[in-house]
Design a protein around this ligand. Structure first.
Ligand code: SF4
Ligand code: ZN
Ligand code: ZN
Length: 297
């Protein structure tokens, strides 16, 4: 397979374009797709990137260092034995390699708890609590430190797997949040959200992070389930092999559907912390309140 631009040996096929690229031209394509999100949606200002230590957020941070944006990284230590330490070391190494400031927020040090102790106390699946905590802390940190946008490493495959997963559960609320950019909302102290890898697949992100030689963490979280999201991803990727470009077309269709939906649901400040909620007290504060009660016995 030859590169469609320069005829050197190609390293990857970008099916939706019907093109193959060598290393140089793939990097150009990848950065072009990231730049497109910023240009098309006019995202500007100070960006806080949620760095997990994995391939996607690492590739995202590397790509942002090539754009004209002011970016810093944030790592959240969830206190998962072994895994959190590995991820933290990787995040530190990635930030050092890219010469980006890294901030570390430790759940144990700041809130006296960890994901394993929450699982024990709540007897619930970790991933939804973990998601609530990460979303809350990332936004809070970005808001309090004057960032305009919080960037995450969600790619096209993640987005679609998430949407199909919700469709499979007849849960349509997340449709409101489809799309590469969500604007800031001062009433709930919400910074803007941007997904720079929105147009790029899992495979493209993996190849990009390998080419960039980023010291990523390859460990899997011990709680990572044989999640239905992974099943969805496998299904989507096999579909894309048979129908090149179908992933992009799905994303485009979902964005159009979401444009027709009521976007701005009523949000207000949580009675305890002041951050966004649609109920009186936000999910994070409710979780912490339960944990305090249960730990007191
Ligand atoms: Fe959190 Fe681990 Fe679940 Fe990912 S797999 S959401 S890190 S608990
Ligand atoms: Zn080339
Ligand atoms: Zn709250």
């Amino acid at each position: 397979m030859k590169c469609s631009v320069c005829s050197k040996e190609a390293i990857i096929e970008v099916r939706w374009k019907g093109k193959a690229y060598c290393e140089t031209h793939f990097r150009g394509y990848f950065l072009g797709q990231v730049r497109k999100v910023f240009d098309k949606f006019g995202v500007k200002g100070k960006i806080c990137l949620a760095l997990s230590g994995g391939k996607d957020s690492a590739a995202c941070l590397e790509a942002l260092t090539h754009l004209d944006v002011d970016v810093e990284a944030l790592f959240i230590d969830l206190g998962i034995p072994g895994f959190s330490e590995e991820c933290r070391e990787a995040a530190e190494a990635i930030a050092a390699k890219l010469d980006v400031d890294l901030h570390v927020l430790n759940l144990q040090a700041n809130y006296g708890t960890t994901i394993p102790s929450l699982v024990e106390l709540e007897g619930k699946k970790p991933c939804s609590m973990c998601g609530t905590i990460r979303r809350y802390l990332m936004n809070k940190y970005a808001y309090e430190h004057g960032f305009d946008y919080l960037a995450t490493g969600h790619n096209l495959s993640d987005q679609l797997a998430f949407v199909f997963n919700n469709l499979a559960n007849v849960y349509l609320v997340p449709f409101r949040e489809i799309g590469p950019v969500l604007r800031p909302r001062e009433e709930g102290k919400l910074v803007g959200k941007v997904k720079p890898l929105y147009y790029l697949t899992d495979e493209e992100c993996k190849v990009y992070s390998e080419l960039a030689g980023l010291p990523i963490c390859e460990d899997k979280c011990p709680y990572a389930e044989t999640a239905t999201t992974n099943l969805m991803k496998r299904w989507l990727h096999s579909l894309d092999l048979e129908m090149p470009g179908v992933l992009r077309r799905f994303a485009e269709s979902f964005m159009r559907i979401s444009e027709g939906m009521e976007r701005d649901e009523e949000i207000s400040g949580c009675r305890i912390c002041g951050y966004a909620t649609t109920a009186g007290v936000c999910k994070f504060c409710r979780l912490m309140r339960r944990v305090r009660r249960k730990s007191r016995g």
